[in-house]
Ligand binder design. Structure first.
Ligand SMILES: *[C@@H]1O[C@H](CO)[C@@H](O)[C@H](O)[C@H]1NC(C)=O
Ligand SMILES: *[C@@H]1O[C@H](CO)[C@@H](O)[C@H](O)[C@H]1NC(C)=O
Length: 279
């Protein structure tokens, strides 16, 4: 692994946050932005090195981009996965006092208690579904991400089980796995009602495997939000939720965590791990 691996994820997120006093009293917000189309940034694709069996869209954290994660994903030993790493739109972020940054949705604070930007979440989740829409039918698809990318991935997982986005449009991808690192489930209070009485929702929730990983020393998205999100998902009827905690880990990733992600994805996506699949 390259030596930069350990610090990965801090880049563009903690560094940016650290000079914005985000833990202080909430900053004056410039008010809600008007409804508009979002310009998503560059998408980088990491091609499978072996036989293509699954495609995973991976979503970066606040202020980061798809290219930086693609460099890490390029190095992890999952030769049967195609990674699609999009870049969020650059938009004014309320957390930064309206300063523009790449963000999947607007945030006031990085927590499950924050008011939810449903329009931004829907736009991001729809962008992800569009990226997956051209995958062949025999390819399993999943969504993963870090920090607010994880929040977007979990939002997509919840929309998948409900069968639609908040705006009412149908959710069309057939997700086989969702991974969230150092993130949270947005609109935690909304889903119970949404899932009620929807045909097939309980079955989709029960069948969708979800992996949540969180550092115990995370000072950007508190470990307790990750833990609470995991409990919320379980009580909503997601029956295959795994929550992993890492002592001493802050708001970034480490090889041990990525190893866990690899093993979990191999198992949940039924990837061929025999040596012949490597080349
Ligand atoms: C992507 O983000 C990294 C930091 O995370 C930065 O060094 C790099 O310049 C960015 N690349 C692009 C294309 O914006
Ligand atoms: C969705 O994918 C699962 C495998 O992950 C498969 O069993 C199921 O039949 C698929 N459903 C549809 C509607 O394609």
């Amino acid at each position: 692994m390259p030596s930069s691996f350990v610090g990965f994820g801090i880049i563009g997120s903690v560094l940016l946050l650290s000079n914005m006093s985000f833990t202080g009293p909430s900053m004056a917000s410039g008010g809600k932005t008007a409804s508009k189309a979002f310009d998503f940034g560059k998408t980088v694709v990491v091609k499978p090195k072996g036989k293509h069996q699954a495609t995973v869209v991976w979503l970066h954290g606040l202020g980061d981009n798809g290219s930086s994660w693609s460099q890490l994903l390029e190095t992890i030993p999952l030769p049967n996965i195609k990674w699609i790493c999009p870049t969020a739109p650059t938009r004014p972020v309320t957390l930064f006092g309206g300063f523009p940054s790449t963000a999947w949705f607007d945030v006031e604070e990085l927590s499950e208690d924050a008011p939810d930007d449903l329009e931004g979440l829907d736009a991001a989740a729809t962008h992800v579904a569009n990226l997956l829409s051209t995958e062949p039918a025999d390819i399993k698809v999943g969504i993963g991400g870090f920090s607010m990318g994880a929040a977007t991935a979990l939002y997509s997982g919840a929309c998948f089980s409900v069968g639609k986005y908040a705006n009412g449009n149908p959710f069309t991808s057939n997700l086989s796995a969702v991974v969230g690192l150092s993130g949270w489930l947005p609109c935690a209070k909304r889903w119970g009602k949404e899932l009620e009485g929807v045909d097939g929702a309980a079955d989709r929730a029960a069948a969708l495997p979800i992996l949540l990983c969180h550092g115990k020393a995370d000072d950007v998205v508190s470990h307790k939000y990750g833990e609470k999100s995991s409990h919320a998902l379980s009580s909503l009827g997601f029956k295959d939720v795994t929550f992993k905690s890492y002592s001493g880990l802050g708001h970034y990733t480490i090889p041990q965590e990525m190893d866990e992600v690899c093993a979990w994805l191999s198992s949940k996506l039924g990837l061929d791990t025999s040596s012949s699949s490597l080349k």
